[in-house]
Design a protein around this ligand. Structure first.
Ligand SMILES: *Cc1c(COP(=O)(O)O)cnc(C)c1O
Length: 374
């Protein structure tokens, strides 16, 4: 019997599983964690010591954090400005407890209460749909083209012009997309740019530091465009939970209204500021990860029965070549066989998403893939 006071649509939902399939009877004690696209390297010890010292000396535990995130926003604005020609200030930035919180704030500010639906192109990041459903927001899905994984723009335009229920109020795109690794094409960008002002465009650039492709300049020239970024990937701070939005001040003001007042712990704000201050050191491993990605892709193509797609992110999307076995069964077979050997990847979106790890991890990934009987 469901609890009678719960919303009927909440009763139907399942809780998010962070590492699906990671724990069962035959799982080895240690798995290479290549299922969540983090940086393989922890924060350097010297920075960890600095953070511990700050927690001891600078942060009064009995005091609320800076609810305006002043220092952190200034540091983020300076960092984002490096890659664009626009001047950008703290008024263009909102900070969230992970970009997940910002996704939820955007949904609250646009679609809640029957005011709109969201549009996503599957396969893509699952969190947009998950968070929308918890808020009772309809999710309209369109597909992607077979080989390029570019959005089916005809279907997307159709969904906007002829809504089946409430009209689309927000379009969520990942650039580059997860799980497929492709950046937005010129055609996709042109389509996003021509969307009317009453539809919000959300471009999630969680993997910007790996792709070096950004739409922030587009965003700042429009009232209905917001770029999301995170410290969880290239900046190695997934444990601290911090993401940010870049948009024009009017939209940022709306995000500031709907967020929780003290959404970021003091330690988290300190960690993000410290990471930005040491960004040269932290981001210095990006070329290594890109080279590892390209090497791993080449190894998989030459030495296994998997097909891989081009990726500008820190993960690889792969599928077994068509065979007698149905595709989903073949993917499940690969996932299980890798896990049994000690490599945890993600089986999602009709394929396998493999995070690029350290050189040793990537060697094991390739060796374990070679061992999968087909
Ligand atoms: C990892 C990831 C994020 C990061 O979410 P956080 O809540 O900031 O950890 C956001 N969007 C996409 C597409 C991701 O893959």
């Amino acid at each position: 019997m469901p609890l009678p006071f719960l919303r009927s649509d909440v009763v139907q939902l399942a809780a998010y599983t962070p590492h699906p399939g990671a724990a069962d009877a035959i799982t080895p004690a240690y798995l290479d964690p290549l299922d969540t696209n983090e940086c393989p390297y922890d924060l350097p010890q010297a920075l960890k010591e600095k953070l511990a010292w700050m927690a001891q000396q600078d942060i009064a535990a009995n005091r609320y954090p800076d609810g305006g995130h002043g220092a952190l926003k200034d540091a983020i604005a300076a960092y984002v400005s490096e890659a664009i020609t626009h001047g950008l200030t703290a008024d263009h930035i909102s900070v969230g407890n992970g970009s997940d919180e910002l996704i939820r704030s955007l949904l609250i500010a646009t679609c809640v209460g029957g005011e709109g639906a969201v549009l996503v192109a599957n396969p893509t990041f699952s969190m947009y749909g998950i968070l929308a459903r918890t808020l009772g927001i309809p999710v309209v899905t369109v597909g992607r083209h077979d080989d390029s994984f570019a959005t089916d723009l005809d279907a997307a335009q159709q969904a906007i012009e002829h809504p089946q229920g409430v009209p689309v109020r927000a379009v969520f795109m990942v650039h580059p997309n997860s799980p497929t690794g492709n950046g937005l094409t010129e055609a996709e960008l042109a389509w996003l740019r021509q969307l009317p002002d009453h539809i919000l465009v959300v471009v999630d650039e969680a993997y910007f530091e790996f792709s070096q492709q950004t739409t922030v300049t587009d965003g700042l020239s429009r009232p209905n465009w917001v770029v999301l970024r995170t410290f969880s990937k290239a900046f190695r701070l997934a444990a601290y939970r911090v993401g940010y939005a870049v948009a024009n001040p009017e939209l940022i003001a709306a995000l500031e209204k709907v967020r929780l007042p003290y959404n970021l712990p003091s330690t988290t704000q300190a960690a993000a500021s410290l990471a930005l201050a040491h960004r040269q050191e932290l981001l210095a491993v990006i070329p290594e990860i890109q080279a590892q990605r390209d090497g791993l892709m080449q190894g998989i193509t030459q030495q296994t029965a998997l097909r891989v797609w081009p990726s500008v992110a820190n993960f690889i999307y792969a599928r077994p070549h068509p065979s007698q076995m149905p595709m989903e069964a073949a993917l499940a077979h690969y996932f299980q066989a890798l896990k049994a050997q000690g490599t945890l990847i993600r089986h999602t979106g009709g394929g396998l998403r493999i995070t690029v790890g350290s050189p040793a991890e990537n060697q094991r990934t390739l060796a374990h893939l070679r061992q999968v009987p087909n």
